[in-house]
Write a protein that binds this ligand. Structure first.
Ligand code: SF4
Length: 276
């Protein structure tokens, strides 16, 4: 028996949602066919963090990474999201479209990892484009090989998380390999697709100067990268790990200090990146 359709919830990335679709498939190797429904965590309105202008950000479920600092471990499994028909998402987006256009904003799909649900997110992006909205994909790039050129045509901006340059650190942070992300970044550069690179700065984990330098030198020649955004680590997601019974190893890690952020911004700028 499959889950009946649920209602799409407005909420926040900081809300804890889990076990909303217990009979959903595992995330690994998931293929969503026609994309006529999606597994979703929530959506936010009024976000100024996820691309230009004021945006609606849709948080989708499913992620192949296991970042030690993840703020949304309740998006890792499709089972944790609510199963929502595509039409419901598109209709809801349509209600916001006039305001989003007026405020120079648009739609961002974040997660989780949007490219787990490739067909569904492609159709949501296509619907947003048909409404005249700017579209942004927030991704780790790990599933970049899944994205067809047609998929990327419906995406105006990629928010690409490069979580480390050093393969060993990347593996420690995410439990996955860095190569797919780097190759995806190069493909986006070859297409001249606008990108904002994001770097989560975690004291003692991603703050090694050589590791930062590696990302900076990799990104600096890419003319399509408008910004490198340094995102200081914080503890807002720690309660989710505890509630879900997950082993949270960063409980004693401090927030990134202003001095550390300045040092890392300085490294990116010195390499020739626009960093903020
Ligand atoms: S890629 Fe994002 S959603 Fe996935 S584990 Fe990492 S921080 Fe969490």
């Amino acid at each position: 028996m499959t889950s009946p359709p649920a209602a799409l919830s407005e909420g926040s990335r900081h809300d804890l949602r889990h076990d909303l679709s217990p009979d959903a498939p595992e995330t690994e190797n998931y293929a969503d066919g026609e994309g006529s429904f999606g597994y979703l965590h929530s959506y936010e309105t009024g976000s100024r963090l996820d691309g230009p202008g004021v945006r609606v950000t849709l948080f989708v479920s499913g992620c192949p990474l296991r970042c030690l600092y993840c703020h949304n471990p309740d998006t890792w499994r499709l089972k944790d999201g609510a199963k929502i028909p595509l039409e419901q998402v598109v209709t809801r987006l349509g209600h916001f479209a006039p305001a989003l256009r007026a405020m120079g904003g648009g739609l961002t799909i974040s997660g989780g990892e949007a490219m787990v649900q490739l067909a569904f997110t492609r159709r949501v992006f296509a619907a947003a484009k048909a409404m005249g909205l700017h579209t942004a994909l927030d991704t780790s790039g790990f599933l970049g090989p899944r994205a067809t050129d047609e998929y990327l045509e419906s995406v105006d901006l990629v928010l690409l998380d490069i979580k480390s340059s050093d393969p060993e650190t990347y593996r420690r942070v995410t439990s996955r390999e860095v190569e797919p992300t780097l190759r995806f970044a190069e493909r986006l550069a070859a297409m001249n697709k606008p990108v904002w690179v994001r770097y989560v700065l975690v004291p003692g984990l991603t703050d090694d100067p050589a590791n930062v330098e590696g990302v900076a030198k990799f990104v600096a020649p890419m003319k399509n990268v408008a910004w490198v955004e340094v995102l200081p680590f914080h503890q807002l997601g720690s309660f989710k790990w505890k509630t879900l019974g997950l082993d949270y190893t960063l409980a004693d890690t401090p927030a990134a200090s202003a001095q550390l952020v300045e040092r890392v911004l300085g490294q990116f700028r010195a390499a020739g990146c626009n960093a903020r």
